[in-house]
Design a protein around this ligand. Structure first.
Ligand SMILES: [Zn+2]
Ligand SMILES: [Zn+2]
Length: 392
């Protein structure tokens, strides 16, 4: 007997040559060097089902982006030196680069192709490590993001009649996705992030709950700098089950930016890989309990190339594959990337999949209390608004 579910137990991974073209330059933190150790670790786990992303036509990008913006990206993609516009600037977060339209359209294409496979029932779970460009706005680039691949995938699911739960675990507020579906009652966006008081993009506060037609369908949990696994996980666990029960999604989309990790150089949360793993497993359960198993997971931020990003991607893959986390990372993988890490003056690939207890400084009780108060307020506000919609 063939068990279709067992056969499909290994998730499809979106990755190919085009993934490497999304490259703002050698000094930019979002580097395609991530794919070397990252994809190699997935292969070492046994991943052998890959889908190469390809650029999508402009008409598809225009599902969430302004026509003028796509035209501007195309122009800057040919003439990167024209001068700052639409969020692009040579000295900023999004320096224009030659070929960037095709590179960004391929990231978008990867998430759209993943969503097509899920909608067609061919794949229950898909992982797109190069996706998750959640800051891109309809009319401008922002925070290393050109085209919003996650929003495009969500838009495709919406057009097929789905109700979408979007969970954004990146350390930065998922502002682009939230803005694009701000007034759509059939997309619930949940973002856990370091507070905008101390981190880019400076938005995502607890009272931001969605537009007039969709009140309660944006949920924001801004967390204190120094937040570690305990209160981050408790907040996430507190939120997701009741929100899913109230919203009744038919598909799950998640963004797994791992810049929330203690070792990440750009932000100030103190997560270990234990929280990253638990969160992925929580989402897997949610996908099966509430969304018929339909789940697109993307990568996102994450700037510690050897110590954090590969394990974070691997832990999401393992959750999607319904496999336990092995005790140690493969020795051959560590030796393959140790020299590369040293050459870039970065820490070597770690032995442990899960960072040990005591890896991060303990959260202060006050900090944990404040975080959980914020999470409770975010949840209560959303549930009240969702209930009012249901009865109204
Ligand atoms: Zn599953
Ligand atoms: Zn981020």
């Amino acid at each position: 007997m063939h068990d279709a579910n067992a056969e499909r137990a290994q998730p499809l991974v979106v990755y190919g040559a085009a993934s490497l073209h999304y490259d703002f330059g050698s000094h930019h933190p979002l580097t395609p060097r991530r794919f070397g150790p990252g994809i190699d670790l997935l292969r070492a786990l046994g991943a052998d089902r890959f889908l190469a992303p390809a650029a999508v036509p402009d008409a598809q990008l225009e599902r969430v982006h302004d026509q003028d913006y796509v035209a501007t990206v195309r122009m800057l993609s040919e003439y990167p030196d024209v001068g700052p516009q639409a969020g692009f600037a040579s000295w900023g977060d999004d320096p224009p680069f030659y070929g960037m339209h095709e590179a960004a359209a391929a990231v978008a294409g990867g998430s759209l192709a993943a969503m097509e496979r899920i909608l067609g029932g061919e794949e229950p779970h898909v992982l797109h490590p190069g996706g998750g460009l959640h800051h891109a706005m309809p009319g401008r680039a922002s925070g290393f993001c050109i085209y919003n691949d996650v929003a495009l995938a969500i838009g495709r699911a919406r057009d097929a009649g789905h109700r979408v739960l979007y969970v954004d675990l990146d350390v930065h507020h998922g502002d682009g996705v939230e803005a694009i579906f701000w007034n759509d009652p059939n997309v619930l966006t949940v973002s856990l992030h370091e507070t905008g008081h101390s981190l880019f993009p400076g938005t995502g506060f607890v009272d931001d709950r969605g537009g007039p037609q969709a009140h309660g369908t944006a949920v924001n949990v801004p967390l204190e700098p120094g937040t570690a696994d305990a209160s981050w996980l408790e907040a996430l666990e507190m939120l997701l089950a009741p929100l899913a029960a109230a919203f009744r999604p038919t598909i799950l989309v998640s963004q797994h930016g791992c810049d929330s990790h203690l070792l990440d150089p750009l932000a100030h949360l103190h997560l270990g890989t234990g929280a990253i793993s638990r969160a992925a497993r929580l989402l897997d359960r949610l996908a099966h309990e509430h969304a018929g198993g339909r789940w697109l997971a993307t990568g996102g931020g994450g700037y510690d190339v050897y110590r954090v990003v590969p394990r974070a991607w691997g832990l999401v893959w393992l959750a999607q594959a319904h496999r336990d986390v092995p005790a140690g990372t493969p020795g051959a993988w560590r030796s393959r990337w140790a020299a590369d890490a040293a050459a870039h003056r970065q820490g070597p690939p770690p032995d442990a999949w899960i960072d040990p207890p005591g890896f991060a400084p303990r959260e202060s009780p006050d900090l944990a209390t404040r975080n959980l108060e914020v999470a409770r307020a975010a949840l209560a506000g959303a549930l009240t608004a969702l209930a009012a919609r249901d009865s109204g």
